[in-house]
Design a protein around this ligand. Structure first.
Ligand SMILES: [Zn+2]
Length: 101
């Protein structure tokens, strides 16, 4: 039996962002460009060996909104949530540093 996991690419995530509204000004994203950096609490992204923290910058107000705030959580079981940030850091502790940029 083979376990198959659908891993989304940055383009797949960008498609999910289209139509979501900027947290800063409320404008919907039309052609979002995903910003990303290594982050063990982030998303699994096709082509990256490490999890990536994903955000998108608004072309109107230049506010950076994380995909998490847009409700795009991917298939990740340990994304940081408001109420469990500390637990999350501990859980991730033995996998490497958290919050590394
Ligand atoms: Zn905006």
């Amino acid at each position: 039996m083979t376990l198959q996991i659908w891993v989304r690419s940055l383009e797949d995530y960008a498609r999910q962002v289209v139509g979501k509204k900027c947290v800063g000004c409320g404008e919907p994203f039309a052609q979002p460009l995903i910003d990303h950096y290594n982050h063990d609490g982030g998303w699994i992204v096709y082509g990256f060996s490490r999890r990536q923290w994903l955000s998108v910058r608004c072309s109107h107000c230049h506010y950076d909104t994380s995909l998490w705030k847009l409700g795009i959580r991917g298939d990740v079981d340990n994304l940081p949530e408001k109420s469990s940030l500390q637990i999350d850091s501990e859980t991730l502790g033995n996998r490497g540093s958290v919050g590394e940029r």
